[in-house]
Each structure stands twice: as structure tokens, then as C-alpha cells.
Ligand binder design. Structure first.
Ligand SMILES: [Fe+2]
Length: 449
């Protein structure tokens, strides 16, 4: 049977439709008026993403891979790419410059019409085109169609953390929404991980699809270490805040300290102080700070806490060993062989908020480390860099290569807003050390207890 005949076109089309419906539902949470706002200065205004998702899918699969003609060259170019500008350059840029950019965006009706045309042509291609061509730079292993499906799922998380920064009155909570309940804070505990091998990358062709930074195959020998059973909770992080952690330069790198001191930060971005009390900013409400939830912080803050507590952040290889290692060898998921589902952890949009640390013991790793996948990405100490044999992928050449600059750090695992298709051992996420918006948490490691 030819390889192309093995593509499950109906499944791919169903995934595309499910993605598009979920994106639409996310945009529908916004009150009128938020569409041209820019809740995070480092990102585009919201309108960009409404056009970017279908444009990327159309440009990548239909135009670049299959060589079909375009729909509207102006909109295809306008919506082609997201940004991750250098924070210093943006800080130096004027508000007027940002407004000039915002003024160039088309109307919502125009964006939606373009999206419908793009979706129609993408679905036509999924239904009938020759999507899997061995040796073709964009179609070998049906790369382009997998890339567009995962691209949209990843952006849905980006959308949610942008929506998180909007004023509460700019969002309409879904029917029946209630913030997650506060739970019991788990006891603090270290778990010993014996020395052993950790697989990092994977050989091309060994998994149905991966992004360029997941290849090629490589492994690391990891000496024994101890790791915290649970993520650092808001309750534990509060001790650092109350001990003056944000006012003490020695816990921070010089660059991180300049950022903290320069912006007068005194607590995590997801926390708010009001009337002498601490609150946590949920997507749709504000709740008294839940001590049992994992803290969401930047890499800079995670690292400062780790230093203050006499520990350090795990290296990427240590995360892999703690999550996927076992006395009998590595396992396909942190919890074993079963596919990802909502029993195993907080991911795949199963919750708008984090859940108390340790709420999913059936997702624990072989060593008993909990929530390594789900409830917040796990910061590592490892700068984002290619594995040996890295080659940029033809369907999205700038996906990783633009960020191998020593300024971005690897995150592993998943957050509540990470699609289940991204839950695999080799998937890597990365952000700048001082980017505080993401659903990123952490736990500490030490060489010995
Ligand atoms: Fe994108």
C-alpha cells in the first residue's frame, strides 16, 4: 500500500476542525473592544492571531508545500509571522510606534472572510491532495499537515496567557465557570533519583511528527540527584517573598536583578496585593492566594528562589530522567504506557486554572515525582540549544533556529492550556528568563539531600 494511502484524512480533518472551533471559542470569550488591544507589549495585538492561525496553515500547507496559488497576498504577508522581539528593543520603542502598527490591521469582518477562505482550501487539501511524499522537503512524513495542526494548538496556549493579562471585564466567562478550589498544601519532600541515562532527542522517523529541535537522537548520563516531589507552591514561594527575596540582589543574576529592581517587582505577576492580602489572578476572577497551587513565575524568579533555598533548577537531562526514567529503563510517558488523559495531569484545556499540587497521583513518574507533565511548564536551567544533527524544518525554518541565542531556557512538561497532542517526552518549550506571562512553574533539585 502506498504511504499516502495510510494517512487518516478524516482524522486529520477532524483535528483541524477541532482546532479551529477551539480557537474561535477562545476569541469569543473576549468582550467587544478587546480585539485591537495588545495585552502584552512584546506580542502583536489580538487581531493578528485571529488571522495568523489560518494564514500559517494556508501558507505552509497549500502555498509552500503544495505550490497552489494564494488568496490575498497582502493578508497572507501581514499574518505570516509572530514575534519575539528583544525585550530591550521593545522597551526602547515608543508607544506611538506600537500604535502605528495597530492602525494597519484590517477589520474583524475582513479577517474572518480571509480565515474562511483559508480554512476551506486547507480542508480541501487535507481531503484530496498528495500530502505525504517521501523525500519532499515539506511533505516527507506528511510534515506540513502535522506542523499546521500542532502550530495552532501551541498558539491556543499563547492566546490564553495573553487573555490572562486582559482586565477581567474584557472577558466573558464560559457558562458554569468556577475557579478551582483551594486544596491542602502537600508536605515538602525530596525524592532520590539514581544515576542513569536520560534520552533527550529522538531519531528522525522514530516518531510520527516532531519539531526540528526534537531531533536527532541523543542521550545524557545523569549523576544521582534529589528532586522535589511537588512543584513549588504559592505557599512556599510566599516564604521567599516575605523573607525579602525580591529586595535582595544576591539571589539574582545581575541581568535579572536589573529587571526586578528596574521594574520595582516585588512578587509574581499572577499575584495581586490588595488591602494587605494576597490574591491570585485567575482567567475570569480574582481569588485569595491558593497556597496549594503551583506558583507561576519567570525563569529569573524560579532561579532566585532556588538559590535562596540552597538548591538549583534541574537541567533538561535531569528533568528527563526524573520524568521518564525508571529502574527498568525509560517509559513512553511519565506515568508509563497509557496515552495522555485528564486523569494523569492538568493539561489539554481541562482547567482554566492550576489545581492543587499533587492532585493527580496517577500521573506520577516511576520515582513518585508528581505533576511533571501538566499543571504548569517546568523551568529548567538549560539554555535552549540544538541537539547534534539539528536541521531547520522546511515547513517552518525559523521555528527554533531564531532562538538558539543563549537567552532562552528550556521548559518541559505541559500547562493546563497545552493540547494533549503536544504531550510527548521530546517536546520542548522555551522562553526568555525574564518573560513572566507564561504558565511556567518549577521545582528544585540538589546533588544530595
Ligand atoms: Fe505562529
Amino acid at each position: 500500500m502506498p504511504v499516502a494511502a495510510m494517512l487518516d484524512r478524516e482524522e486529520l480533518a477532524a483535528r483541524y476542525r477541532r482546532n479551529r472551533a477551539r480557537s474561535r471559542a477562545l476569541f469569543d470569550l473576549l468582550a467587544d473592544g478587546a480585539y485591537y488591544s495588545r495585552p502584552i507589549a512584546l506580542r502583536h495585538p489580538i487581531v493578528f492571531y485571529d488571522g495568523h492561525l489560518p494564514a500559517f496553515s494556508f501558507n505552509t500547507l497549500v502555498k509552500k508545500a503544495l505550490g497552489e496559488p494564494g488568496i490575498d497576498p497582502r493578508l497572507e504577508t501581514l499574518f505570516a509571522r509572530g514575534i519575539d522581539p528583544d525585550e530591550r528593543a521593545v522597551a526602547a520603542g515608543s508607544a506611538a510606534a506600537a500604535e502605528r502598527v495597530a492602525a494597519t490591521w484590517p477589520s474583524r469582518t475582513e479577517v474572518r472572510a480571509f480565515a474562511e477562505a483559508a480554512d476551506r482550501l486547507v480542508l480541501d487539501a487535507i481531503a484530496t491532495a498528495d500530502l505525504d511524499r517521501p523525500g519532499h522537503p515539506l511533505l516527507d512524513g506528511a510534515e506540513a499537515v502535522h506542523a499546521i495542526l500542532e502550530h495552532e494548538a501551541m498558539h491556543q496556549e499563547t492566546l490564553l496567557y495573553m487573555w490572562h493579562r486582559l482586565p477581567l471585564e474584557a472577558k466573558r466567562p464560559p457558562a458554569g465557570y468556577r475557579p478551582r478550589a483551594e486544596g491542602r498544601e502537600p508536605a515538602h519532600e525530596w525524592i532520590e533519583i539514581p544515576a542513569g541515562r536520560a534520552t533527550l532527542g529522538v531519531a528522525r522517523g522514530a516518531i510520527p511528527f516532531g519539531w526540528d529541535n526534537e531531533f536527532g537522537a541523543c542521550a545524557a548520563d545523569v549523576p544521582a540527584f534529589v528532586i522535589e516531589r511537588h512543584d513549588v507552591t504559592n505557599g512556599r514561594f510566599l516564604e521567599f517573598v516575605e523573607a525579602g527575596g525580591y529586595q535582595t540582589s544576591r539571589w539574582w543574576t545581575p541581568e535579572d536583578w536589573r529587571w526586578i529592581a528596574g521594574e520595582h517587582q516585588a512578587h509574581p505577576l499572577f499575584w495581586e496585593r490588595d488591602g494587605g492580602r494576597w490574591y491570585w489572578r485567575c482567567m475570569f476572577e480574582r481569588v485569595p492566594l491558593p497556597a496549594s497551587w503551583p506558583v507561576y513565575v519567570s525563569h529569573a524568579e524560579a532561579q532566585a528562589f532556588a538559590r535562596w533555598s540552597g538548591a538549583r533548577l534541574p537541567a533538561e537531562a535531569e528533568y528527563q530522567r526524573a520524568a521518564y526514567g525508571s529502574p527498568a529503563g525509560e517509559r513512553p510517558q511519565a506515568w508509563g504506557d497509557a496515552p495522555p488523559d485528564s486523569e494523569r495531569g492538568v493539561f489539554d484545556f481541562s482547567s482554566w486554572d492550576p489545581e492543587p499540587a499533587g492532585s493527580h497521583p496517577s500521573g506520577a513518574s516511576a520515582w513518585g515525582v508528581e505533576d511533571l507533565v501538566g499543571n504548569g511548564w517546568e523551568w529548567t536551567a538549560t539554555p535552549f540549544a540544538p541537539f547534534p544533527g539539528f536541521a531547520p524544518m522546511a515547513s517552518y525554518p525559523e521555528y527554533s533556529a531564531d532562538f538558539f541565542d543563549g537567552e532562552h531556557f528550556v521548559m518541559k512538561g505541559a500547562s493546563p492550556a497545552t493540547g494533549r497532542e503536544l504531550v510527548r517526552p521530546t517536546f520542548r518549550n522555551w522562553f526568555r528568563a525574564r518573560y513572566p506571562y507564561v504558565y511556567g512553574t518549577f521545582r528544585c533539585v540538589k546533588n544530595e539531600a
